[in-house]
Design a protein around this ligand. Structure first.
Ligand code: ADP
Ligand code: MG
Length: 405
C-alpha cells in the first residue's frame, strides 16, 4: 500500500554541557539563575549534561548519536569547548559531526571565545554577567556562522584542533601559573601577568611561518540558523509554539539531566579531520616559500585564531570567526618590564599594535612552526597545556559552525 511521508518538524534540541568546576565553581548556578530562564522564555528545549571529570565531554560527543542534537552548547571556560571540538573530530563521521552548531556561554575563568563572539556582534565590551546574558541571547536567536579551526601537530605525531590560541613563553606560563588563582575568576590572568613580570624570562626557539595573502576585510557570513532561530520557516515556528510547554517541562524534569559516568581512556592519536596540505613533515625543514624569523630569543609567541585571548585581552583586533587567518604575534627578547606591562595594559582595548613597540611583531599567516630550544617549558592550546616540543599548525577555514550574532 501507499506510504505517505509527512514532514515532521521537530523542536530545536540543544545539549548544554556544564563544567561545574569551571571558573569560581558557579557554572551550575549561572545556568539555573541566568540561562535557564532565557531558554524557557525563548522556548528552546534543552538537555543539561553536567560533566564529572576532564575528558567526560570529549568522550561523550565522540560516541553520542549527533542526529539527536541541533546544537552543542558549552557553559564553562574555553577548555570544555576544546574537549568537545576534539571529540567531534575524533569521530569516524567527523566531516558531518563538525558541522554541528556549537555555542559558548561564559562560565569559566578563561572565556575568550565568548568575549570574541560578543565582540563580533559589534556591541560595546561586556564582562561577567553581562557577557553571559549577551551570549545567552545569541543562543536564543540561533544564528550560525562559520568558524575557523587550526590543526596543531606535535612531535609525537599527535594532532589536536584549536579554535582560539597557541601560546609559548610568557603567555603560556601565565596561563599555567594562574590556574592556582582561579578563585578570582577572569582576574587570574592579571594576577598571573604581574607575577610573571617580576621574574621575566627569555625563551629560546625557532619560528617560521607561511604569510597570508593580502587582506580584504569581510563580514562573517551567516551560514544557517537553528530550527528555533528567527530565520527558521514559519512552519517550524508554529510547530515550536505547539511543543513549548511540554519541552519546557521535560527540560526541568530531573530525568533530562544526564549525568553519565565514563572511564577516561588514553586519548587516541587523531588521524581523522581534514588533511594539513600546507605543512611539511615536522622532522623536515619548512617549505622554501615560508618566512623564517631571524631571532631565536623571544619573550612570547602567541598565535591567535579569534579576537580575544581573555575577556579583557583583545589580542587580535582584526580577527573574525572565519577570516581564514592565524594572527601571529611575537615579542623579541630585550623588551623592558615596563614596555611589556604597557603592551598588556593597552591590549585590554586592542591598542597594543598601535603603540609602536619595537619588540612586538604582528603577522597574518596561514601556518607556522615553532621549535622551542630549551628542554623544558610550556605550550598551551586554547589555554590547555599540551605536549612540549616542536609544534606546527595550519588554519582550516570555516570548517566548524558557531552560534554567533
Ligand atoms: P576554566 O576557564 O575555569 O579553566 P574550562 O572550561 O577551561 O574552565 O575547564 C577547565 C578544565 O576542566 C578543562 O581542562 C576541562 O576539560 C576540565 N573539566 C571539565 N569538566 C570537569 C569536571 N567535572 N571536573 C574537573 N575538571 C573538568
Ligand atoms: Mg580553561
Amino acid at each position: 500500500h501507499d506510504v505517505k511521508y509527512y514532514e515532521v518538524r521537530r523542536p530545536c534540541r540543544v545539549m548544554v554541557l556544564v563544567n561545574p568546576q569551571s571558573g569560581r565553581g558557579q557554572a551550575l548556578q549561572l545556568f539555573s539563575g541566568q540561562i535557564e530562564p532565557m531558554l524557557t522564555e525563548a522556548s528552546v528545549p534543552y538537555t543539561l549534561v553536567i560533566t564529572e571529570h576532564q575528558n567526560h565531554a570529549r568522550d561523550l560527543v565522540r560516541e553520542t548519536d549527533l542526529s539527536q542534537w541541533d546544537a552543542l552548547v558549552i557553559l564553562s571556560g574555553d577548555g570544555l569547548l576544546f574537549e568537545v571540538l576534539n571529540g567531534l573530530l575524533e569521530r569516524e563521521d567527523w566531516e558531518e559531526a563538525i558541522q554541528t552548531p556549537l555555542g559558548i556561554l561564559p562560565g569559566g575563568s578563561g572565556n575568550a571565545l565568548a568575549a570574541s563572539v560578543h565582540h563580533y556582534t559589534k556591541s560595546p565590551p561586556a564582562w561577567g554577567k553581562e557577557l553571559l546574558l549577551s551570549c545567552g541571547f545569541l543562543l536564543c536567536k540561533g544564528l550560525v556562522t562559520r568558524l575557523d579551526l587550526v590543526s596543531v601537530q606535535m612531535a609525537s605525531s599527535q594532532r589536536i584542533f584549536s579554535f582560539l590560541s597557541l601560546a609559548w613563553g610568557f603567555v603560556a606560563d601565565v596561563d599555567i601559573e594562574s590556574e592556582k588563582y582561579r578563585l578570582v575568576g577572569p582576574m587570574r590572568f592579571l594576577v598571573g601577568t604581574l607575577m610573571r613580570l617580576a621574574s621575566l624570562k627569555v625563551y629560546q626557539g625557532r619560528l617560521a611561518y607561511l604569510p597570508a595573502p593580502p587582506f580584504t576585510p569581510q563580514n562573517s557570513s551567516l551560514c544557517s540558523s537553528l530550527p528555533c532561530g528567527p530565520n527558521s520557516s514559519p512552519n517550524q515556528n508554529s510547530r515550536h509554539n505547539h511543543s513549548t510547554s511540554s519541552n519546557h517541562n521535560t527540560a526541568h524534569n530531573s530525568s533530562n539531566i544526564a549525568i553519565t559516568t565514563m572511564r577516561t581512556e588514553p586519548q587516541p592519536v587523531n588521524q581523522k579531520g581534514p588533511p594539513d596540505s600546507l605543512l611539511a613533515d615536522l622532522e623536515q625543514p619548512v617549505p622554501e616559500h615560508w618566512t623564517v624569523v631571524n631571532e631565536e630569543d623571544f619573550v612570547l609567541v602567541l598565535a591567535m585564531f579569534q579576537s580575544h585571548l581573555a575577556e579583557d585581552l583583545f589580542a587580535a583586533p582584526g580577527a573574525a570567526a572565519d577570516d581564514g587567518f592565524i594572527h601571529l604575534l611575537y615579542v623579541r627578547a630585550g623588551i623592558s618590564r615596563l614596555a611589556l606591562l604597557t603592551l598588556f595594559m593597552t591590549m585590554e582595548k586592542g591598542g597594543h599594535l598601535a603603540i609602536g613597540c619595537p619588540h612586538l611583531v604582528y603577522e597574518r599567516v596561514k601556518a607556522f612552526r615553532l621549535e622551542p630550544l630549551s628542554p623544558e617549558g610550556a605550550i598551551t592550546v586554547d589555554g590547555e597545556m599540551v605536549e612540549y616540543g616542536p609544534v606546527q599548525a595550519q588554519v582550516h577555514e570555516g570548517i566548524a559552525r558557531l552560534i554567533s550574532g
